[in-house]
Write a protein that binds this ligand. Structure first.
Ligand code: PBG
Length: 331
């Protein structure tokens, strides 16, 4: 490859004005790329702060439409719903997951009434519903794979009935994408999207999320027998390939920033849409530094989200989605 030589070539010329920088920018991001996670809880008239996630709230269903309306008005394409299930509704099998009156189903029905065009994502995993905080059911201290999938299928069909458009299995059981896809097809639901958490790592960065869902104190042990080892990259490619074969429409890589090398590796290998999840711990780190005055809020948010695009992500699930949408609309 021929490359320029100084002084005939001066790289700074392409950086010399806003106009030329705009023309030569290789990546951009817009509101089209953002998915906003929303925590839902029981009760009425409730919007409570999550102490480890400054600026993010848990909201009751009656408050949900007004809480998400600013994001919808700005044109945000999708919401990811996460329920804070009361302890009394949790049990070892997580059967609340397939109760058609559970939080997520009621929230989906309410949101669809107000905002019929927004894409609703439902998390498929049992941890918000089990009394031990694991994503699957336990037999003899083992998180059992195939029996868990039977419940995930019921959970999926229940959410679809309530109006969820995109199923996002985050449980990391083997073979669940294929099993859910087959069950959807048998139920005549061939238009439902599956956005698979294909490469989800056993990460310390999920801490604040577990606080938000109140599963942190319940969790016995860790999730290392099903979530991936942070040491591994090639394994992520195998996971992605299998999920594509099993009928996933897109794949999620999670966490976000510390795992952008995985996003790039998957992008170089596959044409499937990639969604990167900037998780709760990443949000907390940045937000804390912003609140202390160590980082500038607007620049930090915009730069960080752009980096996901440069790595090869098509879209980003981020707690900054509403803030970012506001910033983008002001530019
Ligand atoms: C549940 C789930 C988790 C997250 C999304 N779905 C937590 C976990 O696996 O323990 C984490 C999201 C975040 O940290 O923002 N299966």
């Amino acid at each position: 490859m021929m490359i320029g030589k100084f002084p005939l070539t001066r790289m700074r010329r392409n950086r010399s004005s806003t106009a030329i920088r705009r023309l030569v920018a290789e990546n951009t991001f817009s509101i089209d790329d953002l998915i906003w996670p929303v925590f839902i809880m029981e009760g009425t008239g409730i919007e409570t702060e999550i102490s480890s996630m400054v600026g993010i709230k848990r909201v009751s269903i009656d408050r949900l439409p007004s809480y998400v309306e600013p994001a919808v008005q700005l044109g945000l394409p999708a919401l990811a719903l996460f329920p804070v299930t009361p302890k009394k509704n949790r049990n070892p099998e997580g059967s609340e997951a397939f109760n058609s009156e559970n939080l997520i189903c009621r929230a989906a029905r309410t949101l669809k009434q107000y905002f019929p065009d927004i894409l609703l994502m439902g998390d498929i995993a049992l941890d918000p519903y089990t009394d031990h905080g694991h994503d699957g059911i336990i037999h003899n201290k083992i998180i059992v794979n195939d029996k868990t999938i039977e419940i995930l299928i019921k959970q999926s069909l229940t959410q679809v009935q309530a109006g969820i458009d995109v199923l996002a299995p985050s449980d990391m059981m083997d073979g669940r994408i294929g099993a859910i896809r087959q069950a959807l097809d048998q139920a005549g639901q061939d238009r439902i999207l599956i956005m698979s958490y294909a490469a989800k790592y056993a990460s310390a960065y999920y801490g604040p999320f577990r606080d938000a869902l109140e599963t942190g104190e319940l969790l016995v042990g860790d999730k290392k027998t099903y979530q991936m080892d942070p040491a591994n990259r090639g394994e992520a490619l195998l996971e992605v390939e299998m999920d594509i074969q099993e009928g996933a429409d897109s794949v999620i890589i999670k966490p976000g920033l510390p795992y952008l090398d995985i996003v790039r590796s998957v992008r170089d290998r596959f044409e499937i849409p990639i969604i990167s999840y900037q998780v709760s711990g990443e949000y907390s780190m940045l937000m804390n530094a912003i609140h202390q005055g160590y980082l500038k809020k607007d620049q930090t948010i915009l730069e960080t989200l752009l980096c996901f695009k440069r790595a090869g992500a098509n879209a980003i699930i981020t707690y900054f989605a509403l803030e970012a949408a506001k910033l983008l609309s002001q530019r």
